[in-house]
Design a protein around this ligand. Structure first.
Ligand code: 13P
Length: 253
């Protein structure tokens, strides 16, 4: 039942916003939300370098802060990388893992992401695990198989106490940043399938309590229809999250 599940609206800023711009966005969002609060969990994922400032900027507002990635190793000689422990130490509560841009541009595989999920949850971070098919895979009719594979490889080895800290985001690659959106029916169909896949691995109690977010060109104009689907428990928003009013309007869709 969706009403029993946590609803999460998360902003993935990707590689956008200077520190000054990012803090201005958070100030604006804070003002909008203090005038019209929400019951949903609101998460913002700025670039690493702004995390600590963002944590301070949203202190006492209820907004949570996420990182966009972390390294799989607990620490060590990995120049330029950031560990889960470091994220935790600056006050991040969530980390996005397995985003399709990480898979596409940085060669991340399901197996690598599974390692990252382990390290993140070992460090008390909640994970937003992204999955989703490319246009070719959808056109070839292999999208269900692909998403099942992504889910299975990333999470099946974990105990239920770890899985309770994992949120899934279904982000069809063809809808990310393209202006194309999955129809509410397409989103519902895949979300129900993901829940069924989770039930097959962990049982229905865990599957029914796992929030499954939709991501891919979600905007104020299409958010209500997507978010009203029974298995769509929130959104992971890129472009529209860079404008405070748009993100706020999605939160209140
Ligand atoms: P857009 O909302 O810009 O399509 O991005 C979605 C996304 O990738 C969120 O992680």
């Amino acid at each position: 039942m969706p009403e029993q599940r946590e609803r999460i609206i998360a902003a993935n800023w990707k590689m956008n916003k200077t520190l000054h711009e990012g803090l201005a966005l958070l100030v604006e969002l804070n003002i909008l939300l203090s005038n019209k609060p929400t019951q949903h969990t609101v998460v913002v994922a700025p670039p690493y370098i702004h995390l600590q400032s963002a944590v301070h900027a949203v202190a006492d507002t209820g907004i949570k802060v996420a990182a966009q990635n972390c390294h799989q190793a607990p620490d060590g000689a990995y120049t330029g990388e950031i560990s889960a422990d470091m994220l935790q130490s600056v006050g991040a509560e969530y980390v996005i893992l397995g985003h399709s841009e990480r898979r596409q541009y940085f060669g991340e595989t399901d197996e690598l992401v599974a390692e990252k999920i382990k390290t993140a949850t070992d460090n008390n971070l909640k994970v937003i695990y992204c999955c989703g098919e490319s246009l070719e895979q959808r056109e070839a009719g292999s999208h269900f198989e692909l998403v099942k594979q992504q889910i299975t490889t990333a999470v099946e080895g974990f105990q239920p106490n770890i899985i309770k800290d994992v949120v899934i985001a279904y982000e069809p690659v063809w809808a990310i940043g393209t202006g194309l959106t999955a129809s509410p029916e397409q989103a519902q169909e895949m979300h129900a399938f993901i829940r069924e896949t989770m039930a097959g691995i962990f049982g229905s109690e865990i599957a029914d309590s796992t929030p499954i977010l939709y991501g891919g060109s979600m905007k104020p104009a299409n958010a209500a229809a997507l978010l009203s689907q029974p298995d769509v428990d929130g959104g992971l928003i890129g472009g529209a999250s860079l404008v405070a009013q748009d993100f706020f309007d999605i939160i209140h869709s």
